[in-house]
Design a protein around this ligand. Sequence first.
Ligand code: C5P
Length: 229
Amino acid sequence: MSSKLIIALDYPTAEQALSFVENLSPEICKLKVGFELFVASGPDFVKQLVDQGYDVFLDLKFHDIPNTVASACRSASNLGVWMMNVHASGGDNMMRAAKQALLDMRSPAKLIAVTVLTSMDKEQLEMSNVMLSPQDQVKSLAQITKESLLDGVVCSAQEAKMLREQLGKEFLLVTPGIRPKGAEIGDQSRVMTPSDANGAGVSYIVVGRPITQSDNPLAVIDSINIDLS
Ligand code: C5P
């Protein structure tokens, strides 16, 4: 069975990321490439990971007019990535256009949406004239995401149980903010352990520093995979 663990490759250079990846294998984890690494290393680096057999989640959170986002998704799909994402606040026309662009490709990547950034609290939302609580706004955008036929959302593990009940068992819930017992919390605030997240019904967890900054990354990966099984 393929792993539910996605490792966030938050490195500034391809060299550093590749030297970490050298010790891994596609059977034990998937990989996430975000802004920092993509801007520094570019599409060829992403292709390199894909060619090594990894499921790659390209975390670039597209948010633009429907035609532009659809084209960006097409370009990302050409790299052979497994999953990519957009901002749900870009609207249902944007999400539908992106999904359709992918369905027109030979092997469509999964498409998920970011609902409310975890850095946005009630006050920040109100400043953008969103009067719903962050939780209700997450629910509302997740519903629009599902109706736009996307595969799932990025969400916090705290929201997972509620969204699983609301959106059914096929909808993907991809969850960062995960910390194994005893790990440094760092700048994350409301964290959950891998096994609690698994119990809450998440589909995949995203873990960065507890693995990339560990003295023994393989041991941490093994123990997380056991927690997720
Ligand atoms: O190192 P850590 O496990 O905190 O990394 C989590 C990863 O998930 C980072 O790449 C971060 O950008 C991403 N992420 C997050 N919270 C969100 C969305 C994405 O931590 N709400």
